[in-house]
Design a binder for this molecule. Sequence first.
Ligand SMILES: [Zn+2]
Length: 293
Amino acid sequence: MPELPEVETVRRGLLPVMQGARFTKVEAHRGDLRWPLPKNFAQRLEGQTVERLDRRAKYLLAHLSSGEVLIMHLGMSGSFRVAQPRGIHTPGAYYRAPSWHSAHDHIEFHMSSGALISFNDPRRFGMMKLVPRAELCKEPLLRALGPEPLADEFKGDVLARSCRGKQTSIKAALSDQKVVSGLGNIYVCEVLHRAAISPKRRASTIATRSGLPTDRAVRLVEAIKAVLRAAIKAGGSSLRDHRRTNGALGDFQHEFCVYDRAGEPCPRPGCSGTIKRIVQTGRSTFFCPVCQK
Ligand SMILES: [Zn+2]
């Protein structure tokens, strides 16, 4: 499943061909993805300019000149492919092997930038929705989301307030989209290792009784931002490799410190621990029992 850094890489890959460009023609080869497409989908897009392409958690938001916003989500298996005279590339495809079959090209955007942007989604858990910009703040998909991890406002005090009194593990709390949005299982494991915090620690212990941030809350927020930024950066660099080698994807997995590394030595300098795998709320957790406390 695409995680936040991948979605941000997709956004950056689409920016040059989508932002400031007009939809000249839109083809929907079927009427539904996860849900039915909006009524008159193609007609509502054609002729409109994408004024801004934003991201909120794992949603892409294309602000249109018509005053509507096109909300897009990749679901489990969605991806965009950009075809233009210079060549073809798949923004964000940096740690999943591409399984591209044109039979799953459900939606095609012909842009005034000259690019043909195809949305491919074999499992069809992706979605596209059009909402008036004025109603974006009321949109149920977005309203339920917790703080944006890369926003400046996301600081230790915000995280501490959300975790105050929480009896679940810090792993479960960080995976909760209401506590912080867009952090998937892989990144929660990486963040906890970077912050040297045990995934089994009770979430409430990162806040004082009055809800103020402890040193752990501050460390966690720093780790969240650092891990996401590094992942986005790696995505960008492997994207360049991808285009150069035309098909050979970058190997982002090698950047992970603990994820999927059970039995390997802890990469923290000076730590003699071995990465262990446990299961928490049905998901694998990878951590170092020696340096994560
Ligand atoms: Zn360690």
